[in-house]
Ligand binder design. Structure first.
Ligand SMILES: Nc1ncnc2c1ncn2[C@@H]1O[C@H](COP(=O)(O)OP(=O)(O)OP(=O)(O)O)[C@@H](O)[C@H]1O
Ligand SMILES: [Mg+2]
Length: 355
């Protein structure tokens, strides 16, 4: 399959590349970044969301309307004709599916196998642990424990059906309750993690294969309902369960000395992905963490592609982006910059940034 993608890429006119993206998630900044870097843009969009992107039609050279996002798999010929580099994001994983997306014979910016890896919570944690990154303590259903834990059901989007419990008995009771309601968890894939109390920070990295450099481009705090709303009431007045559905993102910077650890984690992650999922991470990825104190950052999961939290830096870039580039640099623009520089260097360079 890789051969086929490379063969298609070898026929591309590198002076006339386009960036293609699904209209959702972080499309606006990917389009904006591509435009700023002088690349053509293609937006694959559904009827329902088209009105949103019509408002920003200055960013889109060509709209391709589809009934549903998975129809992008039928657009191979059109995308190849446009010399398109496809940039995946969270909605690509969610609506096309990482496995099916693997079959698209169009050059994809990033490592699509890493997105497949992402679909298993347990494998994700294993990769982090083996990279030497601190992860939350994990329990199995057989373990006898009394600890504050968060229980993650597989495939749960946005933390749906996640719950917090205090003991093995409570976990079993809740899972049985789910079973009786017809919500059938795959017990093999249920993840029981120690609930880490601290500040949730999501570190946005960009790994450049061209410069062999891990850049920390920004950090966000996700704002989740209702867990973040609970702090607005005195605890004694509320008797509700925390839920973890993301509704927004806030910018944040971390204490400067802690950047050393943040960078070390990023480099470890890239090294391990190169070993386990060759060619390894390419471009954006995110380590989703709880910062406990100035010594400890505990990572509870990762994303092997752009995360929506980077949207807060559209246009003006994050403080860290400025440090590397001496200009406003946000993730969408950074992606386009890597594509542009590779295209200028020629096919051999482009081969390093696509799968
Ligand atoms: N070990 C943990 N300790 C404390 N909070 C946690 C832990 N794991 C997850 N959370 C909280 O639960 C939220 C959702 O967890 P996680 O990201 O693992 O699930 P998800 O299915 O990937 O959800 P999403 O798709 O919204 O990212 C996190 O953003 C965080 O607020
Ligand atoms: Mg998550």
């Amino acid at each position: 399959m890789r051969e086929k993608v490379l063969e298609n890429l070898s026929r591309y006119n590198l002076k006339d590349l386009s960036v293609a993206v699904l209209g959702s998630h972080s499309a606006l900044q990917i389009l904006k970044g591509a435009k700023e870097e002088g690349l053509r843009t293609i937006l694959v969009v559904t009827e329902k969301l088209k009105p949103l992107y019509d408002e920003f039609s200055n960013l889109v050279d060509r709209f391709i309307c589809v009934r549903e996002f998975a129809d992008v798999l039928n657009l191979e010929r059109e995308l190849l004709r446009e010399n398109a580099i496809f940039v995946p994001h969270g909605s690509t994983v969610e609506y096309v599916g990482a496995e099916r997306f693997r079959e698209l014979n169009v050059p994809v910016f990033g490592n699509r196998d890493l997105m497949v890896w992402e679909s298993s919570q347990k494998r994700k944690i294993m990769l982090l642990r083996e990279a030497g990154i601190e992860v939350p303590r994990e329990y199995s259903l057989e373990d006898q424990f009394e600890d504050l834990v968060i229980v993650k059901l597989p495939g749960a989007k946005g933390g749906k059906y996640f719950f917090v419990a205090r003991s093995r008995e409570e976990v079993l009771r809740r899972l049985r309750d789910y079973l009786s309601k017809g919500i059938v968890p795959d017990l093999e894939e249920v993840l029981i993690q120690k609930y880490i109390i601290g500040v949730p920070m999501y570190f946005h990295y960009f790994y450049s294969p061209l410069f062999d450099r891990v850049e920390i481009l920004g950090i966000d705090i996700r704002y989740e309902t209702n867990v973040d709303g609970l702090r607005r009431l005195p605890l004694r007045d509320v008797n509700v369960e925390p839920t973890f559905v993301v509704v927004g993102n806030l910018p944040v910077v971390i204490r400067e000395k802690m950047l050393l650890k943040v960078l070390d984690y990023g480099k470890r992650f890239v090294r391990k992905t190169k070993e386990y999922i060759p060619p390894g991470a390419i471009g954006p990825f995110c380590l989703e963490s709880i910062v406990v104190d100035d010594e400890r950052i505990v990572v509870f999961e990762f994303s092997g592609r752009i995360v929506a939290g980077t949207n807060i830096y559209i246009g003006y870039g994050s403080p860290y982006g400025w440090l590397y580039w001496n200009e406003p640099m946000y993730m969408g623009k950074r992606i386009a910059r890597e594509i542009k520089i590779s295209a200028e260097m020629g096919h051999e360079a482009l081969v390093k940034i696509v799968t």
